[in-house]
Ligand binder design. Structure first.
Ligand SMILES: *Cc1c(COP(=O)(O)O)cnc(C)c1O
Length: 364
């Protein structure tokens, strides 16, 4: 039997089902040319040359929604824009999980915000570890489904490409998981790095699985981390429910303008060329690192980073730092006691990594 979006709305916290949220000065479609309803200044700040920051912004700027909807191949009604996908993760947990009752499921080692948001909400955290296999650190979807069903998960976060593991989940496996968890949980696919992968987005599955949601961001491949523009893509009814739980003006006007400019054809073409550069550099750096003395393993990666195991991860970290290269120490993460995560930089930056590691081993 196929599920309806009503079954998914029923998973929202019961106390929020009829919650109207804050009614802001911009949330009703009033007409006029003298705007005196939001206690804004009548004058622009001298530093605000265009005057575009004088008024509160549209909660979901239409030009930005339109541009993002075009980019992701969905309708604007399926999109919620916020302060990075981090805000969407927080909103999902707050809207779907009753403290102490409804669990969040994550697959460590993985991006830390799922666990952080669960903790802040007081939602139980279920952890299904990635499994190390010849193909890399992979999600055990049978274990995810069994745990989510058996222990009351409301939200299941699947990170694909996975940070920091680099592995991917196929569309068929995402579909199978969403199908198995109908009426039980929303399956959230975090696609922060999908631009670097060869896989299609899980948005293609949304029409068949109303309990599926997808996270996208402009922070990584689009190089706008500081603008804080992330999207949640899901059924329009779910987006509407989450909008009622969101802060009144979540998208600052200067950030919306920058994001819209970044999604014009010329900028997009440049972004696509950069993505190709990163994919090429990823292959080159991966091959080169595999040949460096003291490197135990370089995991295959579909993201803009490599997860690397070392005989002496502390030594490698210190040698890189001494050469001015800062990488992510993963040693506190489960199963990663000997691993560092290295973002793919420019060709010169990647050369610095290789040079520092070679010099370190030559001196050893
Ligand atoms: C970087 C990252 C994010 C956060 O993205 P923002 O849009 O900047 O909040 C989300 N998920 C994963 C897996 C990430 O690595």
């Amino acid at each position: 039997m196929s599920a309806s979006v009503q079954d998914v709305l029923a998973l929202l916290r019961p106390d929020l089902q009829s919650f109207a949220g804050y009614s802001s000065a911009r949330s009703t479609a009033l007409q006029g040319d003298v705007w005196l309803n939001a206690n804004e200044s009548a004058w622009a700040n001298p530093a605000d040359a265009s005057g575009s920051s004088r008024r509160y912004p549209d909660p979901q700027p239409p030009a930005l929604l339109q541009a993002l909807a075009g980019l992701y191949g969905v309708s604007p009604q399926q999109l919620l824009v916020g302060r990075g996908s981090d805000e969407a993760i927080d909103l999902l947990v707050r809207a779907f999980c009753r403290p102490g009752v409804d669990a969040v499921l994550a697959t460590p080692p993985v991006f830390g915000m799922y666990a952080v948001c669960a903790r802040l909400q007081g939602a139980p955290l279920l952890e299904v570890p990635l499994v190390d296999s010849p193909a890399g650190l992979q999600v055990d979807l049978d274990a995810v489904i069994a745990t989510a069903r058996g222990q009351g998960a409301r939200l299941v976060f699947l990170c694909s490409p996975s940070n920091p593991a680099g592995s991917e989940i196929s569309a068929a496996d995402i579909a199978r998981t969403a199908q198995a968890l109908q009426g039980q949980a929303v399956v959230v696919v975090d696609e922060a790095y999908i631009e670097y992968s060869g896989q299609p987005s899980a948005t293609a599955l949304l029409a068949h699985y109303p309990n599926l949601a997808v996270l996208r961001t402009l922070s990584k491949a689009h190089a706008l981390a500081a603008a804080r523009v992330g999207s949640l893509i899901a059924a329009p009814e779910i987006i509407a429910a989450l909008r009622r739980c969101q802060a009144p003006y979540p998208v600052p006007q200067p950030c919306a303008e920058l994001a819209v400019a970044a999604l014009q054809p010329a900028a997009l073409a440049a972004t696509r060329a950069r993505i190709d550069d990163v994919v090429r550099e990823r292959a080159r750096l991966s091959d080169a690192l595999a040949g460096v003395d003291g490197v135990r393993q370089v995991y295959p990666s579909a993201g803009n980073y490599l997860l690397v195991r070392f005989d002496d991860a502390q030594g490698a970290f210190d040698a890189l730092l001494a050469a001015g290269v800062v990488v992510r120490d993963q040693r506190a993460a489960p199963q990663l006691g000997d691993a560092l995560r290295i973002s793919i930089g420019s060709t010169d930056e990647n050369q610095r990594v290789l040079a520092a590691l070679s010099a370190w081993r030559a001196a050893a």
